[in-house]
Design a protein around this ligand. Structure first.
Ligand code: DON
Length: 306
């Protein structure tokens, strides 16, 4: 890691830490309300393998929707292009848990990152894998190099007890013919998938294959083709922040994905992956300080994909 990047990251952390945080914790999943809201961490992994982090970057948090990129990667690996007949690739312009457009588009979610789309991806994985829950976990263990990674039962149970909107989404899509399995089984897998926990260092390493043409950094193992990698990065740019995807591209200028645990991962193809964590969310469900911190880094490094 060049000292230049280190000081840009350190300065961005120092600028962001004291900002008045206008966001709120995601309390609709009760377990997420128990997190210290003042946490702030950032970690960058460059594709030369060097890495650097500041603040609470080694503390685990719930990655939530960030995991939707990983389930999509596994589904694309198995299904290839056929997958796009089940989910579309358009920004939704709606909140992540919206039911609004499903009727209009006959049960085809706008993209794989809104909850409806990620639920359909879970259904696809259940149809194509012997044991989707275990095989998805194995896939993420391999990507992250965390051999003992497990789902968090506390988080999954907490969401399961209150996830009425997701239950509604899954049943509604089933009624429109785009869920093939038992909705209860699909939802169980969806809640487990969202319950994975990682720290910023692990998250930036896990996503580095997407900055490296689809190959893992440490052993060069091919996870996706370069075309599939392009597709996932394009979807993160256009749909990764729901109704704030335009704002993220405008201010940060990188493909990325947020989660209601307050994490964001963003990447610069062929250069680096960054993960930030700050639990208070803005009105669109994205980390308030996480977005500010990333904006500071791309502004001061004068490096964005644009
Ligand atoms: O389904 C949910 O509502 C959560 N498990 C995931 C939502 C999420 O992370 C949205 N991201 N900003």
């Amino acid at each position: 890691m060049t000292s230049n990047f280190k000081s840009i990251i350190e300065n961005a952390y120092q600028h962001t830490k004291p900002l008045k945080d206008q966001g709120k914790l995601a309390t609709y999943i009760p377990e997420l309300a128990n997190v210290n809201p003042d946490k702030l961490g950032v970690h960058m992994t460059k594709i030369d393998g060097t890495s650097f982090g500041v603040g609470d970057h080694l503390e685990k948090f719930s990655i939530q929707s960030i995991a939707k990129v990983l389930s999509l990667a596994l589904a694309v690996k198995f299904l290839g292009e056929k997958i796009w007949t089940r989910v579309d690739v358009e920004p939704s312009g709606t909140k992540f848990d919206s039911l609004l457009l499903l009727e209009t588009y006959k049960g085809i979610p706008r993209n794989p990152f809104v909850n409806s789309g990620a639920i359909v991806i879970c259904d696809i994985l259940i149809s194509h894998l012997e044991n989707a829950r275990e095989e998805f976990l194995e896939f993420v263990r391999d990507l992250s190099d965390i051999p003992n990674l497990t789902y968090s039962d506390n988080i999954a149970d907490s969401e399961k007890a209150t996830g009425y909107r997701n239950v509604a989404l899954c049943n509604f899509i089933k009624s429109l013919g785009n869920i093939k399995n038992d909705p209860a089984e699909v939802l169980d897998f969806y809640f487990d998938m969202c319950s994975l926990e990682m720290n910023c260092e692990q998250l930036s390493r896990t996503f580095s294959f997407l900055a490296n043409g689809g190959k893992k950094l440490n052993d060069g193992k091919k996870i996706l083709t370069s075309s599939q990698t392009k597709r996932l990065n394009a979807l993160m740019l256009t749909c990764g922040f729901y109704d704030e995807s335009g704002e993220f591209a405008f201010k940060v200028g990188l493909p990325g994905k947020s989660g209601v645990g307050g994490g964001i991962v963003a990447l610069y193809p062929n250069k680096y992956t960054m993960a930030v964590w700050s639990p208070r969310l803005n009105a669109n469900g994205n980390s308030f300080k996480g977005m500010k911190l990333l904006e500071d880094i791309t502004t001061h490094s004068e490096m964005s994909i644009f």
